[in-house]
Design a protein around this ligand. Sequence first.
Ligand SMILES: [Zn+2]
Length: 97
Amino acid sequence: MSRKYECPCCGCLTVDKLKAWSICPVCFWEDEGGVYDGDTVRDDVYSVPNHMTLAQARDNYRRFGACRKELSSKTREPTEQEIVGSYMRIAEKIKDN
Ligand SMILES: [Zn+2]
């Protein structure tokens, strides 16, 4: 299995190549370089292709299961292999709401 990277929005291992405009199948965030500051992801930077900041996208993901409400029918649950620590933290927050 090739190495995958964490989606900056939902935290699942769904990204083949970072900053390459791939769409996460779990939350539909488009992984674009604009929200990266080096290797750090910033949640307060407006992402042009995603039309929002990462903080807004994560909030939407917790509420609707997608980074935008209208995309919630296109997303899917993460597989066991895709679930890592950062996803679990986000999922915890979903349960709390
Ligand atoms: Zn994602």
